[in-house]
Design a protein around this ligand. Structure first.
Ligand SMILES: *[C@@H]1O[C@H](CO)[C@@H](O)[C@H](O)[C@H]1NC(C)=O
Ligand SMILES: *[C@@H]1O[C@H](CO)[C@@H](O)[C@H](O)[C@H]1NC(C)=O
Length: 344
């Protein structure tokens, strides 16, 4: 049984158009998750440890203000295209499009005002919450009017996030959620004692602006071989890796498949990720710098959280040999990611 309740979380500033932001609480016997109607942001996610105690394992803010101000996409739904597009430029059906270069020299996570910064329309379901919105033709430079639905459902220890979209013209699309996890509890200093594995035989090397070079490289005999669990801190030290911010290439199939696992031995918490998406970005919070005041006065230094963002491969719209990034009129974009929480 999942209970769903709602309350007002805050009000957006008048100069941005105003509006009430609601918060929805989904509660099962082992997981509690809070999601707000701004950016469909996961603001809290409590799961049980071995001792049966709940801890909030995602980074975020106590108040709406934190999410309205500039922040590193804590918990947010990312669109129209997650990750980076080289030089913010792409060509679709012979026409060139230029996006805002909000992460110079590239476009990042949908542009200046991506899906994370807009108010969505909620609809309460029996076991979850569905958000919808229409992204106007030309929004942030993208072609076509896009209808989008993001649905969160909770079933025991498993949270499912489904993304659906339909467009009036051909558009690139890649939707994800950018939650930052620390299975020791948000506000814990680092993630070095987490055991992480990713079910991928290849990954995408990047240039110095974090755009894939185009090579699809085998993980074998590299720091990117995470097919067997590694202890993150020791692994990064061993390979002198400043952190991960890379896309791992998943088996090419539209079916639900297992793709990653994170385990925190001291608390016994485990998160497993399943998805229908072709890729997963593993990010170790390399750009966190302790300057933001998080929930309950927490500070979030470098490497104090990780993200596992299921998505299409970065810059796919400019790389013909990557999985197609395009959604055409009459087609439906439909992807689901499942986060399964256990403790042992
Ligand atoms: C778990 O909760 C119990 C009861 O509230 C408390 O006594 C105990 O210290 C908690 N354990 C941890 C590890 O926080
Ligand atoms: C989306 O895809 C899933 C399979 O991954 C399917 O079960 C579901 O019916 C699809 N949803 C719609 C609305 O087509």
């Amino acid at each position: 049984m999942t209970e769903v309740t709602r309350e007002v979380f805050g009000h957006l500033p008048q100069k941005g158009g105003g509006g009430a932001v609601e918060k929805f609480l989904l509660k099962s016997d082992s997981v509690k998750v809070e999601i707000i109607s701004l950016g469909c942001i996961i603001t809290a996610l409590e799961t049980k440890g071995r001792d049966g105690n709940l801890s909030d394992i995602v980074l975020g803010f106590d108040r709406l203000e934190g999410y309205v101000n500039k922040h590193p996409y804590f918990g947010a739904t990312i669109g129209r295209v997650a990750n980076r597009i080289a030089n913010g430029k792409f060509t679709v059906e012979g026409k060139e499009y230029q996006l805002a270069l909000n992460n110079p020299p590239n476009s990042l996570h949908g542009g200046n005002k991506g899906f994370d910064k807009v108010l969505w329309t909620p609809e309460v379901l029996l076991n979850g919450i569905r958000f919808s919105r229409t992204s106007p033709d030309g929004e942030e430079g993208y072609p076509g009017e896009l209808k989008v639905w993001v649905t969160y459902t909770l079933d025991g220890g498993e949270l499912a996030i489904n993304y659906r979209a339909q467009s009036s013209s051909t558009t690139p699309i890649s939707l994800t959620n950018h939650a930052y996890f620390n299975l020791a509890g948000q506000g814990s200093h680092d993630i070095y004692n987490h055991m992480v594995s990713i079910e991928a035989d290849s990954y995408l090397p990047v240039d110095d602006t974090l755009i894939p070079t185009g090579e699809v490289a085998a993980v074998q005999d590299t720091a990117f071989d995470l097919r067997k669990p590694v202890e993150l801190g020791r692994h990064m030290q061993k390979f002198q890796l400043p952190g991960f911010d890379h896309n791992f290439c998943l088996e090419q199939s539209a079916a639900r498949r297992y793709c990653a696992r994170a385990h925190h031995p001291p608390s016994g918490r485990t998160m497993e990720v399943y998805t229908t998406q072709p890729g997963i970005q593993f990010y170790t919070g390399n750009f966190l710098d302790g300057s933001l005041e998080g929930k309950g006065g927490s500070v979030y230094p470098k490497h104090s959280a990780f993200c596992l963002e299921t998505q299409n491969w970065p810059d796919a719209v400019n790389k013909p040999h990557f999985p197609s990034a395009l959604l055409r009129p009459g087609e439906e974009y439909n992807h689901t990611t499942w986060l399964k929480f256990t403790a042992a």
